[in-house]
Each structure stands twice: as C-alpha cells, then as structure tokens.
Design a protein. Sequence first.
Length: 136
Amino acid sequence: MAIVGFNFTKVDAQRNANVTGKVSINNNVAIKDVEKADLAVGSDKQAGLKFSFEFTSKFEPKLGSIDLKGDVLAIESAEIVEEIVKGWKKDKKVKPELLTPVLNYVLTKSNIFALILGNEVNLPPLIPLPKVDSKK
C-alpha cells in the first residue's frame, strides 16, 4: 500500500487548569471510516482508499486535551481496495497487515503536530524528549 495523501480536518488543543503533581497522558488513535477513493494519476484512474482517523491525547487530571481528525489517502490494487471496503462495511475491520502502515503514518504525523500544538497552549510534551544531563 502506498500512502499518497494526508490532511487534518479538525485541530483542537485546550488547556483547562493548572495542575500540580503527576500528570498522566493517554494517547489514542482510531480509524473511523474507510471508503473507496479513486485517484487521478495523470490521465489514468488508480484504485485508492480514504481512511478517516481520530487522534486524541488526554492530559489527566483534567489538565487539557488535543483532538485531531483527518484523512489518509492510499493507493492499492483494485482487488485489495474492494476487499478492504467490503470488510469495513461488514464488520468495521481491516486486516492488521494492511492497516499497520496507515496507523504508523497517522501516529508519526499526529504526534509531531500534537507536540507543537501542546507547546502552544503550555501542555507537557506527550512523548519523552531528550534532555541534557550535567554530571560532574
């Protein structure tokens, strides 16, 4: 599967209150919809898929949240596109070996963007950042 497009359709970051003590961060990514999306490649049409996703980060206790929604466009053979769409319509599932590259792409893009958004509203980083240790 070749990923050829990505965009955010919703971006929301908020900080609610100052919290002292330990903050826990819960991240989640989910595919919300899969649909066929034929893509124009030059003068030809290529079989494609549009995966709609949702990425959330909750900073507890009630410190804030980051919510991202968007779409990933991917090209695949017509047979596999039909198989994926049929499976999604039937039981809202996609084979893990086909979904893994999409989820990894979403996680990479969303974590980077959420890190920037969180910084803008003064939320702690949702992934560990490297630090310098000054040992004598």
